[in-house]
Every structure is written in C-alpha cells, then in structure tokens.
Design a protein around this ligand. Structure first.
Ligand code: NOJ
Length: 579
C-alpha cells in the first residue's frame, strides 16, 4: 500500500540519532520487553479468602501469554504482617501463607517459563517490617549494639530526648521517627521510617546489611527468577548528619516534584532531599550487578527511583549498575502533546547516553489509574489518590478514551513498557470505596486527608456475573469491587472487536511483528503542535491530543484506539499506519 505522509522536509531536528543510542547494541530481552505488573493480592484468588495468591496467578497465566506480554513482575508476596500490603517484609526468603508457599512459587515460575514469560520479583531493601527478626533483635539489644546498627536508631533531642532527631516527614504522613520503649519501660531511642511506622529503615552504611541482601538476591536467582524490581531504589543512603529538610509543596509523596517540562528543556536539577538520591546508593547497585552477572541469561534490575531530572535518573542505569529504571517523568506528564514530545525525546536521549533503553509506564499500584488520571480536572499529587470528595473528578468516558490513546502511543515507543494489571481491561480508579474499607497507611496516617492508593488496587474482574467477577470462587474481595464492573471483565471483552483488551492484544502483536521495541523514532512535522507524529520503522504513529480532528495521510490503518473514518483522526485518538 502506498503511503502519502505529510511532508517531513521541514521537520524539527530528527531525534533518530538519540533513539539509536537508546537501543544500544545489546540484544538483551529487557531492552524492549513489555512487562506486566501483577499485584498478587488483587490478581486472582484460588482459595476464596478474598486475597489473591500464587496458585491463583498460576491458574491465570495463560491469559497473560494470550495478551502477548513478555514478562511479569510480581509485587511482594513475602512473609509480612501486611501493614503496607507486603512492602513491609518480615522474611525476604519465604512466602507469606496468605499467598501460598515456596513450592507454589516454584510452580508459578515453572509455568510462566513454560509459557515464555520471564518473571521479576520485588525486592524491598530500604526497610524491613517491624516484625522482621533483625528489628526485633535490634529493639531487644542495648543502644550502640551491632543489632541496633543494622537500622537507623538515634537519640532524641531536648532535655530528655523527647524531640524527634530531625524534622523529616514520612511519605505516608506524620513524622519519619518513632520513639522506642526500653525493656525496663523507660522511653528509649528513636528509629527512622521513611514510610509507615511498621517499616523501619535499614542502615545501608552497615556492611552486614549489604551482605545479607546479596544473599537474598542469590536466593531468588538460584530459584530461577529473571530479575528484580527494586523498591525505593533512591532511598537507601541518607545524607550524613541527617540534616533537617522541608520538601517543596508540589513534591509527590515519593519525592518526585516532577515540574512540567518546558518543551525542549530538561528540568533543572532540584535540590536533593537528604533521604533521596544520595550518591552512595550507586556502589550498592554495582555490587548487585556483579551478583547478577554470576548467573546465566540476562537478568535484570529495575529501579523504582522517583528521581528528577531524567539525566540524573540515568545514573541508576549506567552500564555497571541497574538495567532499567521506571520512567515516572513519563507517567507524570500531562495529556499534552508538547510535554509528551519533550519527555519522550529527553528520556530516549538521557537513557541512551548511558547505553540503557528508556522505559515507559502509565499506571502502577501507587498512582491513580490512567483511565481516570488523564481526565482529572484538578491537580493530584502522586500518592494522594482520589475519592468521593476530591476536586475535579474525572469523566469516565473521556478518561478511558484518553487512556486507550495514551497506551497506543506508549506501546509504539522503542524501549521497555510496563503494563499494570487491569489497565488492559480499561479499569478506572475505584473512587467510591467506603471509608471503612480503605487500607492504605496513607489514609490512616493523614487521618483521611489523603485517600491514598487503594483505588488502583481493587481486585480485577475476570468473568461478568460471577461472584467477585471471577477474581475468586467466593464474593470475598479484600477491597470492595464496584458494582458496575461486568463490562470491564476479561471474558466480556475477549474476542470483542474494539474492546480495550483487544486493543492491547493487537498493539502487542503488532509491536512484536514490527519490532517497535528495538526501533527508533523519527518525528514527523506538519501536524500541528497538539499532535504527536513519528515513525518507528515500518509504522507511523499519530496521536491527536488537541481539540480538533486532524486529517490523516492515505495509508493502511494497522491500529486505532477509536474508530477512524474517512481519513480523519478524532481528538484523543491514536492510530498506527503502515508506512
Ligand atoms: C514503593 C512501593 O511501590 C509502595 O507501594 C510502597 O508503599 C513503598 N515503596 C514502600 O515500600
């Protein structure tokens, strides 16, 4: 088919050089993989207790192979009192009975590998649970003991040590310090917890801690995992002296202030908070890289690091550190073409400079689902969530339309993309959760000031008309599911032309057929500022993010996020055309 694309001779400087740097010379699978995030407690429940589990995951893996993703990442399923949904680990090398057993894990891993799916697990190195035996030993041991030195214990200020050691505020709200009680009942030292009080921070200056975590990496690598998503990979080292710090008002809870990018300009490097992004973290990741190198195959470390600007984040993925870092600048970008163009260009360039692929992500278990976020009518900081009283609640129809267009854009970009369970069904944020059902520590620690992240964590629907929409065999669901989710269930979308599920399947299969993940982008001009247009190999991608329809060139439409008629691209729509 002949393609008559809009004239490109007056295109702005082509970014293809930067893109080519991005794909580098490597052939490792993670450079271009689409990785599906499973949030185990909300994916599939095999025993009907309302909490998803490993056998549930195993039983549903075929659907993910069918979807066409390359790998899965599992959020924590380790032993934990679940004060932060498993990100409070009490034993790094065992499975919590809620989720099953180590043998269930092995079965799940084997099945995933059989289906050609790689498996990444979550590593939570910044803090343990307060139920971890290391922390219990630290509390029982005297001040100054080796056991205490594994954590961040400090004396309080004031005459009787009654004032916290500094002014830091926890990500989930309230102070970042908790005072302990000595075995004899007298008030004792304080310990640091960036997150919940039940998540004491480890002291990563202590070689013993480093050694233990290398053992944890080896434990899971020996079992056959393909890599790790590293929680809070920007938090392990704190500035010496723990100086007072007050974050800017527009900083998201994980530290990303994420100011909108000016077209063509990378954001200035903001002040580094004393508990985020300290240079000392990098030698830790170099030592982990060496451990991964001991193993066959291409294993991967992916940094969850809310670090700005992207040029700074790129330090996490230098050749001897991690392989990937989540691109939260992309996730945080508004539905705005100039901003998106800039962040895409900047990402490809910044990561490419160190030989790493860019990653792309729109949703995860910590942010408002993009089918709602992209239609929000008011600012919403990461971690705040939305609920019934939030300003600017989204129009669900507009949100889903934009989400489909945004996903079609993302999956055409070179590099590796992350997909969060349920987004392939077009799931919106669950906004109307009853207050007494909420479980995120953010909700409790801010006394309801911030809704937190429960709305994106509701168990996903598999089968319309079934109890818990087929999430499990009973009606039980650890967070209540909205009553109108039949239309989002997988079985009601499977094989239905135009459904969000079929859009994802088509995008993933075309992406693989045309090798878009290892491609490069060339911007196309002539479409106006509100349109994103580029070619990636044999495919031309056009997203209309403006307010008026746009004329399309004559070409075969490979994929469209909404139906397109008579060569016109409606607003909030993405198409892929054959070149
Ligand atoms: C980031 C995780 O994604 C989030 O869910 C968790 O609450 C914090 N880290 C603390 O581990």
């Amino acid at each position: 088919m002949t393609v008559e694309l809009t004239e490109t001779s007056d295109a702005p400087e082509s970014s293809s050089q930067a893109s080519l740097i991005a794909i580098g010379s490597g052939t490792e699978w993670w450079r271009s993989a689409v990785i599906y995030q499973i949030y185990p407690r909300s994916f599939a429940d095999s025993d009907g207790d309302g909490i998803g589990d490993l056998p549930g995951i195993t039983s549903r893996l075929d659907s993910l192979a069918d979807l066409g993703v390359d790998a899965i990442w599992l959020s924590p399923f380790f032993t934990s009192p679940q004060h932060d949904a498993g990100y409070d680990v009490a034993d790094y090398v065992d499975v919590d009975p809620l989720f099953g057993t180590l043998s269930d894990f092995d079965t799940m891993l084997a099945r995933a590998h059989e289906l050609g799916l790689r498996v990444i697990v979550d590593l939570v190195p910044n803090h343990t649970s307060w139920d971890h035996e290391w922390f219990k030993a630290a509390l029982a041991a005297p001040e100054g003991s080796p056991e205490r030195d594994r954590y961040m214990f400090r004396d309080g200020l004031g005459e009787n040590g009654e004032i916290a050691p500094n002014n830091w505020q926890s990500v989930f709200g309230g102070p970042m310090w908790e005072r302990t009680t000595n075995p004899d009942g007298t008030p004792g030292q304080w310990y640091l917890h960036i997150f919940d009080v039940s998540q004491p921070d480890l002291n990563w200056e202590n070689p013993w801690v480093r050694e233990q975590m290398l053992g944890v990496l080896r434990f899971w690598l020996d079992r056959g995992v393909d890599g790790f998503r590293v929680d809070v990979a920007h938090g392990l080292i704190k500035e010496a002296g723990l100086p007072d710090y007050t974050p800017p008002a527009d900083a998201g809870s994980m530290g990303g202030g994420l100011p909108p990018l000016e077209p063509g300009i990378d954001a200035d490097e903001p002040e580094t908070p004393p508990y985020w992004a300290q240079d000392g973290v990098h030698e830790i990741y170099r030592s982990w890289h060496e451990v991964l190198d001991e193993y066959e195959g291409d294993r991967v470390l992916c940094a969850e690091a809310w670090v700005e600007p992207l040029t700074k984040l790129a330090r996490w993925v230098r050749p001897d550190e991690m392989q990937q870092a989540f691109n939260f600048t992309y996730l945080s970008a508004s539905w705005n073409a100039p901003e998106l163009r800039t962040v895409i260009d900047t990402s490809i360039h910044a990561f490419g400079t160190v030989g790493a692929p860019s990653t792309w992500v729109l949703s995860n278990h910590d942010v408002v689902r993009h089918a709602s976020r992209l239609a929000l009518g008011a600012d919403n900081l990461q971690g705040d969530g939305i609920g019934p009283a939030s300003p600017g609640l989204p129009d669900p129809v507009l949100g889903l339309r934009r989400a489909r267009a945004a996903t079609a854009l993302m999956l055409a970009l070179p590099g590796s993309s992350y997909v969060y369970q349920g987004e392939e069904l077009g799931l919106p944020e669950a906004i109307y959760l009853p207050d007494d059902a909420r479980q995120d520590p953010t909700w409790f620690r801010t006394k309801g000031q911030r809704y937190g992240r429960d709305g994106c964590r509701v168990p996903i629907p598999w089968e319309a008309g079934k109890p818990s929409y087929g999430f499990g065999p009973t009606t039980a669901s650890w967070l209540p599911q909205p009553g109108d989710w039949d239309e989002f269930s997988r079985d009601s979308q499977n094989g239905v032309a135009g459904s969000t599920l079929e859009l994802y399947k088509l995008a993933l299969s075309l992406r693989s057929e045309h090798e878009l993940g290892t491609g490069a982008i060339d911007w196309l001009s002539g479409y106006g500022d509100d349109v994103i247009a580029f070619s990636n190999g044999a495919v031309t991608v056009i997203s209309n993010i403006g307010s008026v329809p746009v004329e399309l060139p004559v070409a075969t439409v490979l994929l469209a996020s909404e139906s397109v008629d008579e060569g016109v691209l409606p607003v909030d729509t993405t198409v892929w055309l054959a070149n």
